[in-house]
Design a protein around this ligand. Structure first.
Ligand SMILES: [Zn+2]
Length: 566
């Protein structure tokens, strides 16, 4: 397609109501068979990535996919170093084939994502996206943090579903999957519960790596096992939000320090086979010690402990990068700030700082540390954000279906987009899938608008012809996010969603992504009409379906199990 024609289509789409064109970019006609062409000796990662392309096509339409024989369309995958880190190039090849070349294997995955999102999946089969060109991501760290607790999706869903979900995140541009081993839930490494956790999440991380992604662990370095003797424990830290389940240790006590290094040495050894690309240090929620030797925690006890633990990480994983989080550091708006920001800056100014690769910073709700915005990043380290996409403004989390909030995340991102080297959204499940896509695309291209990603997501996951209507529905969802303030626009959103469903394929209509989106519209309409009362058969069935989709049957009533209607 010529650029003049692209521009004309874009202008027409804008004229037609602010829509970003997506649908018109396919090439050729729908095909009922696709052959994926791999290089000779493709290697296990590229083979796995070819499997992702195959799964995506066959789950969305009736086309068959093979890696041998003849087919109506060939899609060639190749690794071609030199495109730019994690980048890809999509080109047309002889005989109508499509060629996706990645700078590395991950780059091929991103190219596949780009191709698929511009494609149409129809009754006649697969109509490939027509976008051709080269893209490279701007931010090097495009991670997602998967919380693994409370029997959330990541803990409770069938392992294969979690593995596929992680691969799907890669299609949007993520390059790193991070989890946190939670010592406070276990009595040591040999505790069967600890072994179960390790068995499951080492498998998830290994599968992520086999799909070309990187993996990391995030740990609160002074957190101990729940059977830790009382005399090793920390002095409770002041302030709200600095969660404490009672097993933080004081690293200024020699025996506690010994126990902590034993814990983390044993844990790191568990990941020898899986490998670790990142290790993150978390100061609070959990974490912290307010004894005179450790305080102010972020600048003293925490920084010293993280620095020493970084040597243990690098002894086992020499190429691993470290992330120093500042979550719940002092709030400078408080009357008596604790001196953590200035103290940490002083540490980096006076000592070797090579142990810390990145600094992560963010806050609850709309807060972002003033120190970073006004003074800068301590040590001048590259900055990562940690957007909270899961829990904001709704309880139970995900209990009412999808929770997209493009305007909210656009506001948060705009404050730091010129400074950030990437980040890692905080995820409690799959209900914030659309928020994850928004963040992935911010990291890929900091200037990309959240609403543009919403449209691309709706076109890809639901129906290209319904993308503009579904963007309008998302705007309404966000206006009605607060459960106490659902307005009559909820009725309009339900209309938009219902009429969009008529434009969708049977496969898209049945997908969990659509169901959680549709149910959000239904629940909001019902709640508006019932003046917020959670009653009646439609709501009962909607919450039960969400519970099944999330595998939340065994999640506690709070914070993750959808509301129950009797
Ligand atoms: Zn202490």
């Amino acid at each position: 397609m010529t650029s003049a024609r692209t521009a004309l289509l874009a202008a027409l789409a804008l004229f037609a109501g602010g829509a970003f064109t997506m649908a018109a970019e396919t090439s050729g006609t729908a095909v009922n068979s696709v052959r994926i062409v791999l290089p000779d000796e493709p290697g296990p990662v590229l083979q796995k990535i070819a499997g992702i392309l195959e799964r995506q096509i066959v789950q969305r339409c009736a086309a068959t996919v093979s890696t041998s024989g003849t087919a109506a369309l060939a899609v060639e995958l190749a690794v071609e170093p030199g495109i730019g880190n994690d980048g890809f190039k999509i080109s047309g090849a002889d005989g109508g084939a499509i060629r996706i070349a990645g700078d590395n294997e991950r780059g091929v995955l991103y190219g596949i994502g780009k191709l698929l999102r511009g494609s149409r999946f129809e009754q006649g089969g697969f109509r490939a996206g027509g976008w051709r060109g080269t893209q490279t991501p701007k931010c090097p760290i495009r991670a997602v943090y998967l919380a693994t607790h409370f029997n959330n999706f990541y803990e409770a869903a069938p392992l294969e579903d979690v593995q596929h979900y992680v691969q799907d995140l890669g299609l949007w541009g993520y390059n790193t999957i991070i989890v946190a081993y939670p010592p406070i839930q276990f009595n040591g490494l040999s505790d069967p519960a600890a072994q179960k956790w390790l068995g499951r999440f080492k498998t998830v991380l290994a599968a992520a790596r086999q799909s070309g992604l990187q993996v990391g662990l995030l740990e609160c370095p002074n957190q101990g096992y729940k059977n830790t003797p009382a005399e090793l424990k920390a002095t409770k830290v002041p302030g709200n939000f600095r969660g404490n389940f009672g097993v933080n240790l004081c690293p200024s006590k020699p025996e506690a320090r010994k126990a902590l290094f034993q814990l983390y040495d044993e844990l790191l050894d568990q990941f020898k086979d899986t490998g670790l690309d990142y290790f993150g240090f978390w100061p609070y929620d959990e974490g912290g010690c307010a004894c005179p030797q450790c305080w102010p925690w972020g600048a003293r006890g925490f920084a010293a402990l993280a620095k020493e633990l970084a040597q243990h990480v690098r002894a086992r994983f020499p190429a691993a990068k470290t992330i120093l989080s500042t979550w719940c550091f002092e709030n400078e708006n408080d009357a008596n700030p604790d001196g953590e920001w200035a103290g940490l800056a002083k540490v980096f100014a006076s000592e070797d700082k090579s142990w810390a690769s990145y600094l992560m910073s963010d806050g609850h709700d709309n807060y972002f540390p003033k120190y970073i915005l006004e003074t800068g990043v301590p040590g001048g380290l590259p900055l990562l954000n940690f957007p909270e996409i899961s829990m904001f403004g709704m309880n139970p989390w995900g209990g009412y279906g999808a929770n997209p909030a493009p305007a909210h995340f656009q506001r948060l991102w705009d404050r730091i987009k010129h400074k950030a080297a990437g980040g890692a959204p905080y995820s409690e499940g799959i209900y914030e899938d659309l928020n994850k896509a928004i963040c992935a695309q911010f990291y890929w291209d900091p200037e990309r608008k959240a609403e543009e990603t919403v449209q691309e997501y709706a076109a890809f996951e639901f129906a290209p012809d319904a993308a503009a209507d579904l963007l309008e529905a998302v705007r309404i969802f966000e206006q009605n996010h607060s459960r106490g303030g659902i307005r009559d626009s909820a009725v309009r959103a339900f209309e938009l969603v219902s009429q969009s469903e008529e434009k969708m394929t049977p496969q898209a209509r049945k997908s969990w992504r659509w169901r959680i989106f549709f149910l959000r519209a239904l629940i909001d309409k019902e709640m508006f009409e019932r003046k917020g009362k959670l009653a009646g058969e439609p709501l009962k069935q909607a919450f039960e379906e969400l519970t099944r989709i999330y595998h939340a049957e065994n999640a506690g009533p709070m914070p993750l199990k959808p509301p129950q209607v009797r």
